[in-house]
Design a binder for this molecule. Structure first.
Ligand SMILES: C[S@@+](CC[C@H](N)C(=O)[O-])C[C@H]1O[C@@H](n2cnc3c(N)ncnc32)[C@H](O)[C@@H]1O
Length: 231
């Protein structure tokens, strides 16, 4: 998928995004549970760059867990960022957030950030050098010692158990009220539109962008999360 197609897809999904994925909340909650201790090492006035913030789910969690942090949400879909602003306003958190409808490279705020998140974002960049550039843009925006937390779909599609893993994953997703037609679409999307890479490949991409100390700290089904630092 080209970037404008990804944005158009999320523009369409924005209004129903949270309800569509509501049944996957145990996985998001487990991911947030696992990533929270990484953020607890940051200074109390930390400013977090949330790339591909979507409807604001990870900001909502982090803002509640760390009441003195502030956030910059970067989101290219104008519909997703509208929902993000709405959700964070409803939660009484919008005054701690800035919103940028665009990409990291067009972000005007040049103050370096203490940490960045990119939850289920880089998987949409199928061209590998562009995926490295995506993380390099984040790396540029962090302070020395800054933290990265990124999560993506990950699998080894040539593994002989991949069909079983995929079927298992799709049945997990179908309990999230996804129709059989939608499941078929997801299957095709994983083959063509999503950069579903094995863990080691994603770690190498993150390392190539300039980060060090890359390791995976979470997996649930096909979702895998990584952390790294800017030296
Ligand atoms: C699957 S959603 C995840 C949203 C949110 N992080 C969450 O976990 O609920 C992916 C989001 O990344 C955004 N996105 C896609 N490509 C991006 C890019 N190159 N830079 C920043 N955001 C991007 C999409 O518009 C979409 O809102």
């Amino acid at each position: 998928m080209q970037q404008h197609e990804v944005t158009a897809l999320f523009d369409q999904q924005a209004a129903n995004y949270n309800s569509q994925w509501q049944n996957m909340a145990p996985i998001s909650q487990a991911l947030y549970f696992m990533m929270t201790p990484l953020f607890s090492k940051l200074p109390s006035n930390a400013h977090i760059l949330c790339v591909g913030a979507g409807t604001g789910n990870e900001i909502l969690h982090l803002a509640q867990a760390f009441p003195t942090f502030s956030f910059t949400a970067v989101e290219p879909s104008s519909e997703m960022i509208k929902v993000c602003k709405h959700n964070l306003t409803q939660a009484g958190l919008a005054h701690r957030c800035q919103f940028h409808n665009g990409y990291v490279d067009s972000l005007k705020n040049l103050m370096p950030f203490d940490a960045a998140t990119a939850v289920l974002v880089s998987q949409f960049i199928v061209d590998e050098p562009k995926r490295v550039a995506f993380f390099a843009d984040i790396h540029k925006r962090l302070k020395a010692g800054g933290l990265l937390v990124s999560a993506d779909l990950s699998a080894n599609q040539s593994d002989k158990t991949y069909p079983m893993q995929l079927s298992h994953w799709l049945s997990v997703m179908s309990s999230a009220a996804v129709s059989p037609e939608q499941i078929e679409r997801v299957k095709l999307a994983y083959e063509n539109d999503v950069a579903l890479k094995e863990s080691q490949v994603i770690e190498n991409i993150i390392a190539e962008s300039g980060f060090t100390g890359v390791y995976s700290f979470f997996q649930a089904g096909l979702i895998k999360a990584f952390t790294a630092v800017k030296e």
